[in-house]
Design a protein around this ligand. Structure first.
Ligand SMILES: C[S@@+](CC[C@H](N)C(=O)[O-])C[C@H]1O[C@@H](n2cnc3c(N)ncnc32)[C@H](O)[C@@H]1O
Length: 308
């Protein structure tokens, strides 16, 4: 991993939002380097506990070391946040007081050339959070159909030049390294805007390799189901696709009726199960934090409180 430590984004707001108390039980579904988890443990002393999950074995090692000072109050486990109910059950927790998801990639992952998340340094085209299983970015790039690649780049990278990039990839593969791929994309589409033209393709590949949107969609009902009444779920997203899923889920679950607009009588029996704590608008970092931590610039936080 890279040398730069990961600075937890919106830490104070997360602590205010989750209102940790001594004796409370909290889940950090994306424990990373353990920054948010340490904040939760400090704020819930002397008896609060945190279960931290991460797909990345290296992150689990880092977080375990960082949280060792909290002794038996910290539980760090390698695994997906989608499995949080089973992991909580292993601790004998049926319900919890608060849950945090700080989505996406950490600074350590991004800065570590060996992980292949960034083209700023040359490295193997990997991009897996869980490095022991699943398809790598090289597998996706080298073995997908041109149309499948175009769809990935268009949908997950929101890049309207997806087809042209996919064609260039197919005509120049196989690829093994991040730089090799980034250079071909640059040659294929030229420099159109301030960001490097491979940025969106790299985001798209990372989302596809890790099934990120599917995981977010799957975890929201699981997390709400695990919360006790009055418990809170905080989700920090870093791009519009993730934030849209969270926004739509919170909106749907915060109203009583989800029948189509023109239907005169409700037939859905849907009941609101949550309240959006900061209204419909996401919370963003202030200027001082954005200045200090560039990752925080695109962070969007939404918080929901479980009603029943
Ligand atoms: C932005 S970082 C979290 C940083 C952390 N909040 C901290 O304070 O250091 C996101 C982390 O989520 C992990 N991750 C991504 N998808 C995951 C999933 N489905 N389950 C568990 N962890 C996941 C990544 O490996 C990464 O370490």
């Amino acid at each position: 991993m890279g040398a730069e430590p990961h600075l937890p984004v919106l830490l104070k707001t997360i602590i205010t939002a989750l209102q940790p108390i001594s004796g409370g039980r909290y889940i950090d579904g994306t424990v990373g380097a353990g920054g948010h988890a340490a904040g939760l443990l400090e704020a819930s002393g002397p008896d609060g506990e945190v279960l931290g999950l991460d797909l990345d074995g290296e992150a689990v090692g880092l977080a375990s070391a960082r949280l060792a000072r909290f002794g038996a109050r910290a539980h760090v486990v390698e695994g997906s946040y989608t499995g949080m109910r089973a992991e909580a059950g292993r601790l004998g927790w049926d319900v919890v007081d608060g849950i945090l998801l700080d989505l996406g990639v950490s600074s350590m992952q991004l800065d570590g050339a060996g992980r292949g998340f960034s083209f700023l340094q040359d490295g193997p085209l990997d991009m897996r959070f869980a490095t022991r299983t699943g398809r790598t970015a090289a597998d996706v790039v080298n073995f997908s159909d041109e149309s499948e690649l175009a769809e990935i780049i268009f949908r997950y990278g929101e890049d309207r030049l997806g087809r042209r990039i996919a064609r260039a990839i197919v005509n120049n593969r196989p690829f093994e390294s991040t730089r090799g791929l980034a250079d071909v994309i640059l040659r294929a589409v030229g420099r159109r805007e301030r960001i490097h033209p491979a940025t969106r393709t790299f985001q798209a590949l990372r989302i596809a390799v890790n099934g990120e949107l599917e995981s977010v969609e799957a975890v929201l009902p699981v997390a709400m189901g695990l919360l006790k009444a009055g418990g809170r779920l905080a989700v920090i997203s870093f791009h519009s696709l993730e934030d849209r899923l969270v926004k739509e889920y919170f909106r749907r679950e915060s109203v009583d009726c989800i029948c189509p607009g023109r239907q005169p009588v409700c037939t859905c029996s849907h009941r609101a199960s949550l309240l959006e704590v900061y209204g419909h608008k996401p919370v963003e970092a202030d200027e001082a934090e954005k200045e200090l931590n560039s990752r925080s610039r695109s962070a969007k936080l939404r918080v929901a409180e479980k009603l029943v």
